[in-house]
Design a protein around this ligand. Sequence first.
Ligand code: PLP
Length: 358
Amino acid sequence: MLPWLGGDNFGNPSSLHVDGQRAKHALDHARAVLADALGVQFSEVTFTSGGTEADNAALVGVMLGNRARGNHLVTTRIEHEAVLRSCRFLETLGIDVTYVAPDEYGLVSAESVANAITDRTVLVSVMHANNEVGTIQPIADIAEAAHRSGAWFHTDAVQTFGLMDLAVVDADLISLSAHKIYGPKGVGALYVREGVPMESLLHGGAQERERRAGTENVAGIAGFARAVEMMLAERATLYARLTPLRERLIDRLLAIDGTVLNGHPTERLPNNVNVSFPGTEAEALLLALDLAGVSASSGSACTSGSIEPSHVLEAMGLDDARTRSAIRFTLGRETTLDEVERAAVIVEGVVKAQRNRN
Ligand code: PLP
C-alpha cells in the first residue's frame, strides 16, 4: 500500500499523465487479482468502500435498475444490517420485501426462498454464511431457485471469501470486504455479472465503468489485492486447520454446565463459535473476558443502556435466556490450540463467577 500513499506515486488513476497511469496500472492489477480469485471477468469487479457499500449498491442498484421487471425483493431475517437497512430504505421507495425466516440453526432452506418468490421478484439476496452464528447456507440450491424464476441472485460473501472458494458460487452479484481477509479497512468489492442492469448509488465521474463515481482508493485497493494473494495461498489449509480448533473450543465450552451451541453443528464456518450461557448476561461476560485477555463479541448492541437482543438469534426463535447470554468467539489465522485451551479455562472461570454473582 505504501507506494500509493504519496511520494512518487501520487497520481490520480483517471489522469492521462505518467503518474496517473502508474496508479491506473495498480488498479488494473488489483482488479485482475480479484477477478481471478472469483473466477470472473476483469470488467465484472467494482471496488467499493467495503462490504456495506457493496451490499447497498447490489440491493438498491439492482432494484432501481430493474423497475420495469418488478418491485419485489426476497431476503432473509438474518442478513447483516447493511442488507436489512438497504431493504428498509427500499421499502420507503415502494419496493416490497419478503424476509424469509431461518430454522432454529440459522439455516435458510432453498424451499422457503422458492416459496417467497413471485413473478414480480427482481432480486433474491441471501448471505453465504452468517456473521453471528456462522451457519453456511445452501447457496447453490438457493441460487438455482432464484434463477429458475428469472430473478437475479446476490450473496453477501464477506464472511466466506477468506475461507471458501467462491468461483463455484453461481451468483449474479457478490459482496466482499477487505478487512475480513486481513486487508485494510474501508475497502471492498462488488462482483456484478455482465448484463445485470443496475443504477449507481454515487453520481459523478465515470470511474468503475460508471458503476461507482469517485476517485478510487488506490492504496486501499492495492492492499486488498495483496491480502487476496496472501489469503489464496493459505485458504484451503486454513479451513482444514481451523475446523478441529473450532470443535475443540465448542467441546470445552459445552462442558461448562448449561452451555448451548447457537448455529448449525456442522454447516458452520470453521472460525465461528457462538454459545449461550443461560443465567448470565452477555455484556457482563464480555467485559470480564476482555479484562482476562479474551476478545469476544455478542450479536447484541447496547443502545442507551438497554440490551437489544440479536436479530439473528431472535429470528432463529431462541428464548430470552439464550439470546441475552450469547457470546461469539472468532478464531483467526494465527489462533493456536494452546490459545483455545487457555481461552476455555478463562471462559469457564468468568461464567462461574457471573453465575455466583446472580
Ligand atoms: N456483511 C457481513 C456479513 C459482515 O460481516 C460485514 C462486516 O462485519 C459487512 C457486511 C460489512 O462490511 P464492512 O465492514 O466492510 O462495511
